[in-house]
Write a protein that binds this ligand. Structure first.
Ligand SMILES: NC(=O)c1ccc[n+]([C@@H]2O[C@H](COP(=O)([O-])OP(=O)(O)OC[C@H]3O[C@@H](n4cnc5c(N)ncnc54)[C@H](O)[C@@H]3O)[C@@H](O)[C@H]2O)c1
Length: 373
């Protein structure tokens, strides 16, 4: 198979979908790998390193002309014309977050688009979302601490506190991969940490394993409202896989927060779990609404591309290898969790939650039906 890796074009997106050692594995298995010139430069991988492992360095158009395209972020509008009719695209897509123009472009071009974030493993976890969720969760607390500083417009609260002075209060909404990693860093910083979820097993697990000052909360509108008003930082990390993020932090709750507090809405790539959130970029990461600083960057791990590229490709490479060897149809038949990643298949919208989120229910075709000849 011919496998292409375009350079990412999103604002400050320095990750790349394949490392030189990933190229080595795919070439060893008889595939041809074409990498767009300078695609790895932001992650510290030169064209020479890719060439040495057998990749061909090509133009943007040639990178996009492959049978299988590996990417990090969803194609932006400027990339739509580069997508080739009938090709396979394996990347983060987050279509449910309102990306209707992209969904329509994928359908029109009959692209088979497999979203990293909806691929499941045997336990129903999200193995290709997890590595970036680990990074975003760990980053979220650093970011909250940064924007709580007075020179950054914050309340001037040090999350760690000090002897005789209260620690900062951090509410984490969603105790999955982002939430538990944020909690780990926050308790490590000596903050007072509140973690809310509707999954009581996750809460019990975190109660057991986390040291430090932590309180677990069953998430309801009322319990969240009671903590939000006194929180110095709120981290949005709730997800319903494939669907738009639940709006758990209402505008009223935001209004109740103290001026200079911070919201880091990590779930913004799925639409955000705070009513006042809107997507921002690394170039202009925050805005203030009702006196509260909102950080809503949709590609947070892009800020740490060296670590993120390694973490991402460690997870995606085994899937890319199987996909290239077996093709979509065979791989989907053998692995139901991989099949859940297929959001569009040759002109058909095959992910129900995406169809519902985008009000494209009429376009929805169950994958099993789409795959049958
Ligand atoms: N902005 C970024 O750069 C970035 C990076 C990585 C991940 N993310 C996003 O972060 C979000 C979380 O990802 P994850 O990997 O932690 O997902 P996850 O599935 O591991 O965890 C989500 C958690 O949300 C909980 N949840 C669902 N409904 C809830 C409710 N009503 N109240 C409280 N909790 C609720 C679930 O029970 C689950 O524990 C996703 O939207 C993901 O796409 C964003």
């Amino acid at each position: 198979m011919i496998i292409g890796v375009p350079k990412e074009v999103k604002n400050n997106e320095n990750r790349v979908a394949l490392t030189p050692s990933g190229v080595h594995e795919l070439v060893r298995q008889g595939h041809k790998v074409v990498i767009e010139k300078n695609a790895g430069i932001g992650s510290g991988y030169s064209d020479e390193e890719y060439s040495m492992e057998g990749a061909q360095i090509v133009s943007q158009a040639q990178g996009w002309s492959a049978e299988l395209v590996l990417k990090v972020k969803e194609p932006l509008e400027q990339e739509f014309p580069l997508m080739k009719e009938g090709q396979i695209l394996f990347t983060y897509l987050h279509l449910a977050a309102g990306l209707r123009p992209l969904t329509e472009a994928l359908l029109k071009k009959r692209i088979t688009a497999i979203a990293y974030e909806t691929v499941e493993d045997r336990q129903g976890a999200l193995p290709l979302l997890a590595p970036m969720s680990i990074i975003a969760g760990r980053m979220a607390v650093h970011i909250a601490a940064h924007y709580l500083a007075k020179p950054q417009g914050g309340r001037g609260v040090l999350l760690a506190g000090m002897p005789g002075v209260h620690s900062g209060k951090v509410l984490i909404v969603g105790a999955g991969v982002v939430g538990s990693n944020a909690a780990k860093i926050a308790v490590g910083m000596n903050a007072s940490v509140y973690i809310a979820d509707i999954n009581t097993q996750r809460l019990a697990y975190l109660e057991d394993v986390l040291p430090g000052k932590k309180t677990t909360i069953y998430s309801t509108t009322k319990t969240l409202a009671s903590v939000v008003e006194s929180a110095d930082a709120v981290i949005g990390a709730a997800l319903i896989p494939g669907a738009v993020a639940p709006k758990l932090i209402t505008e009223e709750m935001v209004k109740s927060m103290k001026p200079g507090s911070v919201i880091v809405d990590v779930a913004i790539d799925q639409g955000g779990c705070c009513e006042t959130s809107r997507p921002t970029s690394h170039a202009d990461p925050v805005f203030v609404k009702h006196g509260v600083t909102h950080y809503c960057v949709t590609n947070m791990p892009g800020a740490y591309p060296r670590s993120s590229t390694k973490g991402l490709t460690n997870a995606t490479l085994p899937y890319a290898i199987k996909l290239a060897a077996k093709g979509v149809e065979q791989f989907a038949k053998e692995d139901a969790g991989f099949a859940k990643g297929i959001n569009t298949y040759q002109g058909k919208l095959t992910h129900k939650a995406v169809a519902e989120a985008l009000k494209l229910e009429k376009e929805f075709v169950p994958l099993i039906q789409a795959l049958s000849p």
